[in-house]
Design a protein around this ligand. Structure first.
Ligand code: ZN
Length: 218
């Protein structure tokens, strides 16, 4: 499985470099397209859930067009299928305002529910995935996997038990912070003196098999 990803990465880099030299060579384009559909392609961060939420996501309305086909944003089913994207991580993005106004955990839950709703509404197109094996199984069935990662660890709040809680809900990585420091990490965007015991979280996360991403971290 791991070898498979590496092989894909190397092939895609070689193909991209070759395409840069010969951008219009139809033979190379066909080869690139074939490879893109032969291997699992993972995107580690797709900001679809927050975008849907911000647009007053409604089950009835949203399922008509988004995320099946739209000219808006960077992701929909048809474009993903055409390009061979098989496992886009849905970003459970929590704006820093929730750290001061409260409600970060509830907001995260609502975005996770939204992703689950997409998979439930379109079982012939999407499926949730918590492990690489599930991604592989979905890929073989022609389904796009919707794994989840959390962008901004604010929903952890003051209770590290929430790491296990969100791991159980399907979150597979947490970027500790975003544009402002929170209870678990300081932000690279902020110049205030260091204040968060972010190192504490690293002790807990391996036990629940989630991963940390050092993004926006100081
Ligand atoms: Zn994002």
């Amino acid at each position: 499985m791991k070898n498979c990803y590496w092989m894909w990465l190397i092939l895609s880099l070689v193909t991209t470099a070759t395409l840069a030299q010969n951008p219009l060579d139809p033979k190379l384009l066909r080869r690139a397209d074939k490879l893109a559909h032969k291997f699992v392609i993972v995107d580690g961060h797709v900001d679809l859930p927050f975008r849907l939420k911000r647009r007053n996501f409604r089950l009835e309305r949203e399922f008509l067009g988004i995320p099946l086909q739209t000219d808006d944003g960077d992701f929909d089913y048809q474009r993903a299928k055409r390009g061979g994207l098989s496992a886009p991580f849905m970003s459970i993005y929590i704006p820093a305002t929730y750290q001061t106004e409260g409600g970060a955990k509830e907001f995260a839950d609502s975005l996770i529910n939204l992703v689950e709703g997409i998979a439930q509404a379109h079982p012939d197109k999407f499926a949730l995935a918590r492990t690489p094996a599930q991604v592989e199984a979905n890929f073989k069935k022609g389904l796009i996997s919707l794994p989840m990662g959390m962008e901004n660890g604010a929903p952890i709040g003051n209770d590290l038990a929430n790491v296990a809680y969100f791991a159980q809900r399907g979150i597979r990585y947490i970027t500790l912070t975003h544009s402002q420091p929170n209870q678990i990490c300081d932000s690279s965007y902020d110049n205030a003196p260091q204040q968060s015991p972010g190192h504490c979280l690293a002790l807990f996360v391996p036990q629940v098999h989630a991963r940390l991403r050092a993004q926006h971290v100081r």
